[in-house]
Design a protein around this ligand. Structure first.
Ligand SMILES: NC(=O)c1ccc[n+]([C@@H]2O[C@H](COP(=O)([O-])OP(=O)(O)OC[C@H]3O[C@@H](n4cnc5c(N)ncnc54)[C@H](OP(=O)(O)O)[C@@H]3O)[C@@H](O)[C@H]2O)c1
Length: 337
């Protein structure tokens, strides 16, 4: 698979990025049990076919995702680009920031993290600034190669710039169901040379044609603002959702898929990757089979009429959700700025 340069950095990454949130998961974790043998097989296959970009986080299964990815990359670390994410640390922990990054490196079995991100911004600008200073320090020491952000809108991106951080990439929810980023953030990142890494491109399987209707989507995968919270104990947003628009999008997607002869999930990923400014789509893969299908998706070029049809069927949901960027929270408690 072809690689492209990420931002102005020396990183060359594939358009398919492997989401590692499920890696290392055990009984009771968000994604349930994830066998290491499946991770080994999918990571090996990914590298064999030229998919080199991996997305993990300190918080994914409390470090077990990093450990699992590290095991799967044993002997092939040099072929991979690792993106890792750390939450903003409180002031009292900033003194041990370097130590925290070193612990992560041990979990990953790596000597440096290629792309280190702040996972979510916080409202306290002074604290965010202090965290960027800590990141710049570990970068200076060679523990981190490039700095990125995740879930940062224009205000927080401007703050990063003020701190002297050259942001390489911004990870954001972006899919046929979550298009809020198109209004300002995507064009702005594109103009500034910040690669957008689109997360949840399949809406956790919903856009892969896994479910015949919204009602079939498991409660954990229905806790975003797209879906009504009523009767769903996993949902915390308390909003009415947009089930009708979501249902009609799914029906439209099935129709486009039938007409174009392209599977739903492939349409969803290929549509994203044709949007100017999107560097990679981060797809959570559970096994080698899904990886291979998602790699096909990332290499599919949609004819213009198909891309336009997808723009059309997803517009009513986009209009209904309006400025919703934080897909888990009501607007008034959005963490994104
Ligand atoms: N920065 C952030 O705040 C943030 C937030 C969320 C996610 N992320 C990142 O983005 C990644 C992707 O998000 P996600 O995993 O939540 O959602 P996703 O990529 O939209 O969906 C992943 C799920 O879709 C299903 N799937 C994948 N490939 C498939 C295929 N070819 N055919 C059928 N089903 C397929 C699998 O479901 P089954 O398990 O049912 O097989 C898989 O678990 C995460 O792993 C994480 O790295 C970042």
């Amino acid at each position: 698979m072809d690689k492209t340069q990420l931002g102005g950095t020396g990183i060359y990454a594939s358009p398919l990025m492997i989401g590692c949130w499920s890696f290392g998961g055990g009984q009771g974790s968000y994604w349930g049990v994830q066998e290491q043998s499946d991770v080994d097989a999918l990571v090996g296959e990914a590298l064999d076919i030229g998919v080199n970009f991996f997305d993990t986080a300190f918080g994914y299964n409390d470090g077990a995702s990093e450990i699992s990815l590290g095991k799967a990359l044993a002997g092939r670390r040099g072929e991979a680009v690792i993106c890792n994410k750390i939450q903003v640390q409180p002031r009292e922990k900033l003194g041990s920031y370097r130590n925290m990054i070193e612990e992560s490196l041990k979990r990953l079995g790596a000597d440096a993290i290629d792309l280190m991100m702040i996972h979510w911004p916080v409202a306290d600008a002074a604290l965010l600034r202090a965290n960027f200073e800590a990141l710049l320090d570990v970068r200076e020491r060679g523990l981190v190669r490039e700095i990125g952000v995740s879930n940062f809108a224009l205000g927080a991106l401007a703050l990063a710039k003020e701190c002297g951080v050259a942001v390489a990439a911004n990870e954001f929810a972006y899919s046929l169901m979550s298009r809020g980023i198109e209004r300002e953030i995507l064009p702005s990142c594109h103009e500034s040379g910040i690669g957008v890494l689109a997360y949840m491109p399949l809406m956790q399987g919903v856009l892969a044609g896994k479910y015949a209707s919204v009602g079939e989507v498991p409660p954990m995968r229905r806790r975003t603002v797209h879906f009504s919270g009523a009767g769903n104990p996993e949902s915390k947003h308390g909003l009415p959702g947009a089930d009708l628009e979501a249902e009609s999008l799914l029906a439209g997607l099935r129709e486009v898929s039938r007409d174009a002869g392209i599977p739903c999930g492939r349409l969803a990923v290929a549509w994203l990757l044709q949007k100017p400014g999107v560097a990679s789509a981060i797809v959570g893969c559970r096994n080698a089979e899904q990886l291979v299908e998602n790699a096909q998706a990332a290499q599919t070029r949609l004819p213009p009429d198909v891309a336009l049809a997808l723009d059309g069927i997803s517009k009513p949901l986009m209009d209904k959700l309006g400025d919703h960027l934080d897909i888990w929270q009501p607007l008034e408690s959005s963490r994104i700025w």
